[in-house]
Design a protein around this ligand. Structure first.
Ligand code: HEC
Ligand code: HEC
Length: 306
């Protein structure tokens, strides 16, 4: 039978089509109709009107030509960006914006990494934050109002829940506001894993009195911190590091606490020696390691008002 089938091209084509279609149904249609294949993380929320408008701005401007939004489960990526991407994060991403080219860094965990103020400054002038950045400036987006009716239509089409007030509130928002709101929403459904502390409470700076450490700390500061705390450490997006105020209270603070702030960053209402942080300081522990952080602590201490 098989031997004769090969000699009948039309019948053979029909049989091949049927076999491929069976494969297609099993591989595509079956998962499409199986709810377990479309996981949704428990704390994943649909985009708000403003965030969705920002997602449109992201697509309109081709941010995905330079940025991905997916962290692969590889050690180097997880160290650099955070928890790897889960299928259940993208239930409301239609279409998903994973991208495939990283001229700039992955953005899958950018939500909450910086303050809104940082994003405005960065979009206005990326090179004010990273001197070598080749990211284009997007400050002009602030001159373009969000198109509320387009966002409303999009929300209806995608079946997103929305309130009239939410759409009305878009009236005085610009495309830049929307983009920043979208940035802050990306990847926030995946909780950040707590990391083991790098030093013990009460540890002293082992580099105290070492002039090389202060010089090394200065270099690290200029590369990584000056964009937010100012070239002269007098504050900008982040607070003044030379005054006597630490986490909004004018009292001395331990070297160990400074270390923790730099290594782990701050979250809103997190306590440091009984003071409440407002959040917005990024974490540097994985990038720097202990010695570099202690060097920065030495540098800050060397300029602190006596
Ligand atoms: C030509 C390539 C390019 C394009 C287009 C581009 N970026 Fe970037 N982006 C970069 C590079 C390079 C960096 C790293 C240096 C920096 O932060 O400026 C970056 C950094 C960023 C960061 C900081 C990420 C982090 O974790 O520090 C954000 C947020 C960002 N881009 C958002 C956007 C958005 C939104 C758009 C579209 C409106 C966009 N970028 C378009 C190249 C690009
Ligand atoms: C994205 C902007 C940003 C960058 C970059 C940044 N910081 Fe911060 N930093 C902040 C903000 C915002 C706060 C206030 C945190 C809070 O209230 O929770 C802060 C707080 C601090 C504090 C506590 C200061 C005080 O007076 O209470 C220290 C110390 C500090 N940062 C050091 C550094 C060092 C060192 C670096 C570089 C390795 C750095 N920061 C990079 C934004 C930044």
């Amino acid at each position: 039978m098989a031997g004769t089938l090969y000699k009948k091209p039309i019948l053979f084509a029909v049989v091949v089509t049927v076999v491929i279609l069976i494969g297609t149904v099993v591989m595509m249609v079956f998962p499409m109709l199986t709810p377990q294949m479309h996981p949704k993380l428990a704390n994943l929320k649909p985009y708000t009107a403003l965030q969705l408008a920002g997602r449109d701005v992201y697509q309109e401007n081709g941010c995905f030509y330079c940025h991905t939004q997916t962290v692969r489960p590889l050690k180097a990526e997880v160290i650099r960006y955070g928890e790897y991407s889960k299928a259940g994060e993208f239930a409301y991403d239609q279409p998903f914006l994973w991208g495939s080219k990283r001229t700039g860094p992955d953005l899958a965990r950018v939500g909450g990494k910086y303050t809104d103020k940082w994003h405005y400054k960065h979009f206005n002038e990326p090179r004010k934050i990273f001197t070598g950045s080749n990211m284009p400036t997007y400050g002009w987006l602030a001159d373009h109002p969000v198109d509320a009716s387009a966002t409303e239509a999009r929300m209806k089409a995608l079946g997103f829940p929305y309130k009239k007030e939410e759409i009305d509130a878009l009236k005085d928002k610009t495309k830049l506001d929307a983009l920043v709101a979208y940035m802050q929403s990306i990847g926030t459904a995946v909780p950040k894993k707590p990391k083991p502390p790098m030093i013990a409470k009460g540890d002293k700076n082992p580099l105290v009195g070492d002039p090389n450490a202060t010089a090394e700390g200065k270099k690290i500061y200029e590369m990584n911190c000056s964009a937010c705390h100012g070239v002269d450490l007098k504050g900008d997006i982040g607070p003044d590091l030379t005054d006597k105020e630490w986490v909004y209270v004018a009292e001395p603070i331990g070297d160990d606490t400074l270390f923790f702030i730099i290594a782990d960053g701050t979250k809103k209402d997190q306590e440091f020696e009984g003071r409440k942080a407002k959040g917005g300081m990024p974490s540097w522990g994985e990038f720097f390691g202990k010695k570099k952080i202690w060097s920065v602590v030495s540098y800050i201490r060397s300029l602190e008002e006596k």
